[in-house]
Design a protein around this ligand. Structure first.
Ligand code: AMP
Length: 360
């Protein structure tokens, strides 16, 4: 999606990934398939481009450092290093005074026993590195769950978090340019299913105070990082209307896919503009917007009924060109607009249902 926006603006894109035949590779000018650890190939790649950015935060630090020897990297490698590890990310957030759910670093089963006593039940144990969409997570309901949850971390460092009985989950997608100007898309409301984002809509149904605080926290996080590019802050909104930062995505985010269409500049165009040293575009919505993810399950009964989904002329289809529709794998999404966010959300939900049920 970044590459599509970049190509529209006349940029040439060279993508580097350990995989072959990637969605980005389909639309990029050049695709290098090499391991992130192959630093000679990384340097060769960096010498061939004017600027480097990411759509995936788990790129190893050494890879980023090797690229940065030759070319500007946005956002900076240190930001990636901080945000790709939950412990470093949560420590950064709490050290800088941002609100987070209480957490503890877990290295041993004794750490876990002590931390569970301190944080109470339920709580959530998460691997410190390489976790997203609920991967590497175990909910702990009682003391008797501790041993099994610890074993599931396979000896990796982990973080125990107090469980948040949230009223809803929201996010703020923003972009910060090279002069420190910030543009944001307001507050987006997110519904998850099985720990994976299911439906997002904007504007979120939150109070003015929550809106202001969420945008302010996002701005302060971006400023604290000296961020350049598109970034998302994901929040829990508690039942007493308090915001807690769940995590930071140092890249365009799934909840920001609804910016395609109703805004002058989508979150991906902002990423292009920011990393290429251009001013940011308008983030104003001309209509309320929504997005429904299409996971591999949608293919369970064969090819989905695309024409049925698109029977609503306000709905747009985005498919990423991934070959293998495995359950839980994000294959694409539907976006839609409406007079209200509720109307837009109903439109994309209904379109997704039609994909599965229509025989047309
Ligand atoms: P994560 O990969 O950490 O973003 O977690 C994925 C989803 O799991 C979140 O969007 C929440 O729906 C849920 N979740 C994660 N951590 C917690 C928590 N501490 N309390 C309640 N729900 C959580």
């Amino acid at each position: 999606m970044f590459t599509l926006e970049a190509r529209k603006m006349g940029y040439r894109v060279h993508t580097f990934s350990p995989d072959r035949d990637t969605p980005t590779g389909h639309v990029a000018d050049v695709e290098t398939s090499a391991s992130y650890d192959d630093l000679d190939r990384v340097r060769e790649f960096a010498r061939s481009v004017d600027v480097v950015t990411f759509e995936f935060e788990n790129v190893p630090s050494k890879t980023v450092e090797a690229a940065a020897e030759f070319v500007d990297v946005h956002p900076k490698g240190e930001i990636l290093h901080t945000t790709q590890n939950r412990l470093r990310e949560k420590t950064f957030l709490s050290d800088n005074g941002f609100p987070v759910t209480p957490f503890r670093h877990i290295k041993s089963i004794d750490d876990l026993y002590r931390a569970a006593d301190a944080l109470g039940y339920p709580s959530v144990l998460k691997t410190a590195g390489f976790g997203y969409d609920g991967k590497g997570q175990a909910k702990i309901r009682a003391h008797s769950d501790l041993d099994e949850a610890f074993a599931a971390m396979n000896g990796n460092d982990s973080v125990l978090e107090a469980f948040v009985a949230f009223a809803k989950e929201v996010s703020v997608v923003c972009a910060r340019d090279q002069d420190g100007n910030l543009a944001h898309y307001g507050v987006i409301e997110n519904e998850h299913a099985n720990h994976i984002l299911d439906v997002s809509f904007a504007p979120a149904m939150v109070s003015e105070t929550v809106y202001r605080d969420a945008v302010e926290i996002t701005r302060n996080v971006a400023d604290a990082f000296g961020y350049v590019g598109t970034m998302c802050v994901e929040f829990f909104l508690t039942t007493d209307d308090k915001l807690l930062v769940n995590e930071i995505a140092p890249r365009p985010h799934n909840s920001g896919h609804l910016t395609f269409g109703p805004c002058v500049a989508s979150q991906f165009e902002q990423q292009v503009r920011a990393v290429c040293g251009l001013p940011l575009g308008s983030t104003e919505f001309y209509r309320s917007a929504a997005m429904a993810n299409l996971l591999g399950e949608v293919w369970a009964n064969g090819e989905p009924k695309w024409s049925a989904a698109l029977a609503d002329p306000n709905v747009k289809l985005h498919l990423y060109g991934k070959a293998d529709p495995k359950p839980g794998r994000k294959m694409g999404h539907l976006t839609g607009t409406g007079v209200t966010a509720e109307e837009a959300a109903s439109a994309v939900r209904a379109a997704r249902e039609r994909l599965k049920t229509s025989n047309k």
